[in-house]
Design a protein around this ligand. Structure first.
Ligand code: ATP
Ligand code: ZN
Length: 724
């Protein structure tokens, strides 16, 4: 009797055997529903098992095998297996993460192409020839006929008379294109700059096979254009392209841009905000090879791609590539592994690479590529510090910054005031008794949100109304302390009553639709002054934006995390890079009490390399990554003692088997100790080399799974943690 081995999403590092009467080799890689405990679960068949290995009397039969779509191929199973081993996570949990929920539930899934490639049909040509009254559908038809090549329905829709596509289809004037050839055909594209040509030439000239490139291109240098041209070459060779972006917020514009550039290609996007059906469909199209370009956030790194020819990772330094819960994988690192597995190139692009990648590029592991000039603008923005030590600030705004904003208003240009803190004020407090608004569930303050009159915790999300009097002493004079984006927005509106002030943060852009409408408003010149958080820092290109004012950056200068300076530098260089990207020159003003700080000095000179050298020297001296390799064991429980006790026990187990050179630190409470009513502690493990660390972790984590733990205790292992 055939047995199958199933990976199930349970926090146990094992796979489970089931009976499947009719299962064979071709079922490996298929989704399956099985009975589990008192209920049922869905998972993936990862192997067939021989009768000798199983105790058949205790096995149950599978409920349903999903056979409507092809099984996941061997290389994909290799991918999830690698992730499970490297991040020391149960295989079933990795599979659950990698598969779209609809597919994993072994539901019926359609991989049908909802965005067919259309051509002018014979009836369409006759209609064009016949003399008849002009209609929108006819105008559209004429445009398509002039283009002379098939186009995706979604791209047709974007044409001037695109709304008539349904009408044209009903009349039979448009028909699905017979065989989709020429997917690499590009719509009008700008002539490349000399630097872009050189970069593309270098990548194309490389011998086939795996290679990791680090494309370090200053902000506005046209990295996207490089990605598109490289993608074209791969499409022309019949390959598939995987393109990763850090945030869902960045996908709509890019999706449109990619689809318009390659009107005949099937561009599929994959991210967590998609409806289940759409995500499954995109995934299946990737799997069947019908997708030419898969564009998505970190989870798209798991898209099966039988013809994979190139991986692009945009803004490779971005922390959102690393999943911060469950299986803590880094999509960037997994992308590099996949490229190696498939023997293809991966291009990691950024104006501000992660220090790890920058280090690899210096050391020869990655091949460096550079774009040092902006594509359109003639210069980088002028960056200047405003020394605020002896200034009177008006709600945090210096006279110089106000004057600069006023000058932009005068000229009809846009300004951005950047402050990475949402809400009105970070805390509400009572001056007479010292009460402050603490979150009851976290070791954090409740943030004042004046827009909807709530006190809200940014960590656990709990909220309540703003009290009218101090809950502790009854004093009515309670006040918001400090500043967030809402407060700056309010003050700017008072200072510049005729300006249109627009706040762009996660509160203003809760949904994708809100976010898109904000972006459209900015692009159409419907806003004069923007107040934004890091949401505004990434990837955007607004030619009218010429001033970026940075406030409140000093707070990160002295943060405890060893990665804080790197993050601050990246953030400031990125947000500053939004200024002066078009023909108008840009200016960046940074309010600081430390104008002589080397970080700001390097920033003013746009010298990422000098900053990176300095920061890496510090890391080398302190023994931090990339000069060492780390893993973090974290535990949380309702009582801190339980969490710490578990880590102490784990440390003792580790001591007995630690190889020479492995460093075990003491368990300590995490910086944000209490989160959503759970107390958290962590234990850092470090080694000079990855190999011994990995060997040790495999052994140790297996042992940890076998420990009996205090009730309600949870633990996780985080390999290459970002927050230490
Ligand atoms: N060869 C070119 N000719 C004309 N315009 C170009 C060319 N290449 C890029 N551009 C334009 O330059 C601007 C900046 O390009 P892009 O947004 O790709 O920069 P980037 O390198 O990704 O910058 P950032 O890192 O700041 O996001 C865009 O408006 C883009 O359309
Ligand atoms: Zn909270």
């Amino acid at each position: 009797m055939p047995y199958v081995r199933v990976a199930l999403p349970v926090p146990i590092p094992q796979v489970f055997d089931y009976i499947a009467e009719d299962a064979g080799e071709t079922d490996i890689g298929r989704c399956v529903r099985v009975p589990f405990g008192r209920g049922e679960k869905s998972g993936l068949i990862v192997a067939l098992s021989a009768a000798a290995e199983v105790d058949a009397a205790r096995l149950k039969p599978v409920l349903h095998i999903q056979r409507e779509v092809p099984p996941l191929p061997q290389d994909w199973l290799g991918l999830v297996d690698f992730v499970a081993r490297y991040y020391h996570a149960p295989l079933g949990e990795v599979v659950a993460l990698a598969l779209p929920p609809g597919l994993r539930r072994a539901d019926g899934v359609s991989g049908e192409d909802e965005d067919p490639l259309l051509v002018v049909s014979d009836a369409g040509w006759s209609a064009l020839q016949a003399v008849r009254r002009d209609s929108k559908a006819l105008t559209l038809l004429r445009e398509l006929a002039a283009t002379g090549a098939p186009m995706r329905r979604s791209v047709v829709r974007e044409l001037p008379q695109g709304a008539a596509v349904g009408d044209a289809l009903r009349r039979g004037w448009l028909a699905p294109a017979p065989a989709a050839g020429g997917r690499e055909r590009m719509a009008a594209a700008p002539a490349l700059t000399a630097e872009q040509s050189a970069v593309i030439g270098e990548v194309s000239a490389a011998p086939p096979g795996f290679r990791a490139w680090l494309l370090q291109g200053v902000t506005g240098s046209g990295k996207t254009e490089v990605y598109l041209r490289l993608a074209q070459q791969v499409l022309a060779g019949g390959g598939q392209v995987l393109m990763l972006v850090p945030e869902i917020a960045l996908t709509p514009q890019l999706e449109r841009r990619v689809a318009q550039r390659f009107p005949a290609a099937n561009v599929v996007s994959l991210h967590s905000a998609l409806a289940a059906g759409a995500r499954s469909r995109g995934f299946v199209q990737a799997l069947t090879g019908h997708a030419d370009i898969v564009l998505g956030t970190r989870l798209a790194v798991f898209a099966p791609l039988p013809r994979l020819g190139l991986i692009l990772v945009d803004e490779e330094h971005d922390a959102s590539y690393k999943q911060q819960e469950g299986v803590r994988y880094s999509a960037r690192d997994v992308a590099v592994w996949r490229a190696r597995q498939h023997g293809v190139s991966v291009v990691l692009g950024s104006a501000t690479p992660s220090l790890e990648s920058w280090h690899h590029a210096r050391g020869g592991r990655y091949a460096p590529l550079a774009l040092n000039q902006r594509a359109v603008a003639s210069a980088m923005p002028a960056v200047r510090c405003i020394d605020t030590r002896r200034l009177r600030l008006d709600e945090g705004l210096s006279p110089a910054l106000q004057a600069a904003v006023a000058a932009r208003l005068e000229r009809g240009e846009q300004s951005l005031v950047f402050l990475n803190r949402r809400g009105y004020a970070p805390v509400l407090s009572c001056p007479s008794c010292g009460w402050i608004s603490r979150c009851p569930h976290c070791s954090a303050n409740l943030v004042v949100h004046l827009a909807d009159r709530r006190l809200r915790c940014h960590h656990c999300g709990c909220d309540g109304p703003i009290p009218h009097a101090c809950p502790s002493c009854g004093d009515q004079d309670i006040r918001p302390f400090g500043r967030g984006t809402q407060r700056i927005e309010a003050r700017l509106a008072e200072l510049f009553p005729r300006a249109r002030v627009l706040r762009v943060d996660r509160d203003a852009a809760r949904t994708r639709a809100q976010w898109e409408s904000l972006l459209a408003t900015i692009a159409d010149g419907g806003a004069d002054i923007l107040v934004g958080t890091q949401m505004m820092a990434k990837g955007h290109d607004f030619p009218q934006l010429t001033l970026v004012g940075v406030i409140g950056a000093d707070a990160s200068l002295h943060a405890a995390d060893f990665r804080a300076p790197e993050r601050l530098f990246q953030q400031l260089m990125q947000v500053g890079g939004r200024a002066g990207r078009g023909v108008l020159p840009g200016e960046v003003l940074i309010q600081t009490e430390y104008p002589a700080h080397p970080l700001y000095q390097h920033l003013a000179r746009h010298d990422f390399d000098a900053f990176a050298r300095m920061a890496l020297q510090e890391r080398r001296a302190a023994g931090f990554p990339p000069f060492t390799h780390q893993a973090m064991l974290r535990a949380d429980a309702p009582a801190l003692d339980d969490a710490v006790e578990f880590l102490r026990h784990a440390r003792r187990l580790a001591e007995e088997r630690a190889p020479a050179g492995l460093r075990l630190y003491d368990p300590v409470p995490m910086r944000l100790t209490r989160l959503a009513r759970r107390e958290r502690a962590q234990l850092l493990v470090e080694a000079d080399h990855r190999g011994p660390l990995q060997t040790f972790l495999a052994d140790w984590v297996a042992l940890l799974y076998r420990q009996r733990t205090a009730r309600e205790l949870r633990w996780q292992i985080d390999v290459d943690p970002l927050d230490v």
